[in-house]
Write a protein that binds this ligand. Structure first.
Ligand SMILES: C[S@@+](CC[C@H](N)C(=O)[O-])C[C@H]1O[C@@H](n2cnc3c(N)ncnc32)[C@H](O)[C@@H]1O
Length: 366
């Protein structure tokens, strides 16, 4: 049975991305180790819970998924493809005009999976490092990071979210990370989404800078200089780009990282339920589809992402696949979700592998 669809994007898809966290699960969520630990060991128990973690796929299941994808791989004509490419931002504007900030919900897994977004409050000494605000540590004075050659110039910890939508990652970061040296940038190519972020009562221009930016446009400038960011986060965003634009977009982002800075990503994995559910006539190219509302989505393998990040000169810290079995107990339905999660770090220029003496970039190529 088909899942409920909101303007082409499945509601279940969103709910599942949020790991279905009803309010009575919040304490459980806080304790939840990465990716959860509810394993389905007895298939007869499948409808006992809403979700099962780290589900193994059998060879037959993988082969059936591959067959289904191959049967639906006839690409749309070139004119149609171009139309979706040229107007990509407009389709997302329409999406946000319809759904405003009701669609993507805050992610309860954000800080368990990506503790880099709110590292433990720094010691008094390290918080002062690079601190140009002598009054900062008395906790009584408003701190503005807007006074400098660029927004956030005087900050000591800079995070940027690309493809921020309506701020479901940015606002939790601002709320959770109480480092006075924090500054958060967020951008999206949908001007409607950026307006929604800026009009949110939680938007604080002294700690945050939202701007319109098309990641796939190599001529578009970022407001901060190269080598200035500690963390860049992409959540279900790279998949929305044309595959031909992915490598250069990641390489451009890598330039913005400080040495030691981290690029974090969570996105759709190959054979996710959303991929298998696409009807014929929605395929743009291999594993790349257009939804009913004109927004596009790609489904990654771990190797593809590894190659993008390594070619951008980054070093693997984490690259894993999260396979989850989602259960609709009322309807006795099972849904297999697949997400990939990556953390890649920009090496320090002089860093050599201790065993080989090679630079980390070289090590990544092998
Ligand atoms: C699936 S939504 C995810 C939104 C947000 N990251 C979240 O998790 O709620 C994808 C977002 O990427 C944005 N996007 C797509 N292509 C983009 C591009 N080339 N440059 C910047 N943003 C883009 C869309 O406007 C949309 O807000």
């Amino acid at each position: 049975m088909a899942a409920p669809v909101a303007n082409g994007v499945s509601v279940e898809e969103n709910v599942v991305e949020n790991h279905q966290a009803p309010s009575n699960q919040s304490i459980e969520d806080q304790k939840r180790p990465q990716f959860g630990t509810r394993f389905l060991t007895d298939p007869r128990q499948v409808f006992q819970h809403n979700a099962w973690d780290n589900v193994e796929w059998s060879e037959e299941q993988e082969a059936a998924a591959r067959k289904k994808v191959e049967a639906n791989s006839q690409p749309l004509p070139a004119e149609k493809q171009e139309e979706y490419d040229t107007n990509a931002d407009k389709y997302w504007n329409d999406f946000y005009t319809i759904h405003e900030n009701r669609f993507f919900k805050d992610r309860h897994w954000l800080f368990t999976e990506f503790p880099e977004l709110a590292p433990k409050y720094k010691s008094h000494e390290s918080a002062q490092e690079g601190d140009t605000h002598p009054d900062r540590d008395n906790g009584m004075v408003d701190i503005s990071h807007q006074d400098g050659e660029y927004p956030g110039a005087s900050s000591s910890y800079r995070i940027m979210e690309v493809g921020c939508g309506v701020g479901n990652t940015v606002f939790p970061i601002l709320k959770t990370n109480n480092d006075p040296g924090l500054f958060v940038y967020c951008c999206d190519f949908s001007s409607t989404a950026v307006e929604l972020v800026k009009s949110n009562p939680e938007y604080d221009a002294d700690r945050c800078h939202a701007f319109v930016h098309d990641l796939s446009d190599m001529s578009a400038e970022f407001p901060m200089p190269d080598g200035s960011l500690d963390v860049i986060i992409l959540i279900f965003v790279l998949s929305a780009l044309h595959p031909d634009k992915m490598q250069e977009s990641i390489s451009r982002l890598a330039q913005l990282l400080k040495p030691g800075g981290m690029l974090l990503l969570r996105d759709y994995g190959r054979y996710d339920m959303a991929q298998l559910r696409f009807k014929k006539g929605r395929c743009l190219s291999d594993n790349f589809y257009v939804r009913g509302d004109g927004t596009r989505v790609y489904f990654f393998t771990q190797d593809e992402l590894h190659s993008f990040f390594c070619d951008a000169g980054l070093q693997k810290v984490q690259n894993l696949v999260d396979r989850r079995l989602q259960v609709n107990r009322g309807k006795q339905l099972t849904m297999y979700r697949v997400w990939v999660q990556c953390k890649y770090q920009k090496p320090h220029p002089d860093h050599k592998d201790s065993k080989t003496g090679n630079s980390e970039e070289k090590q990544c190529e092998s």
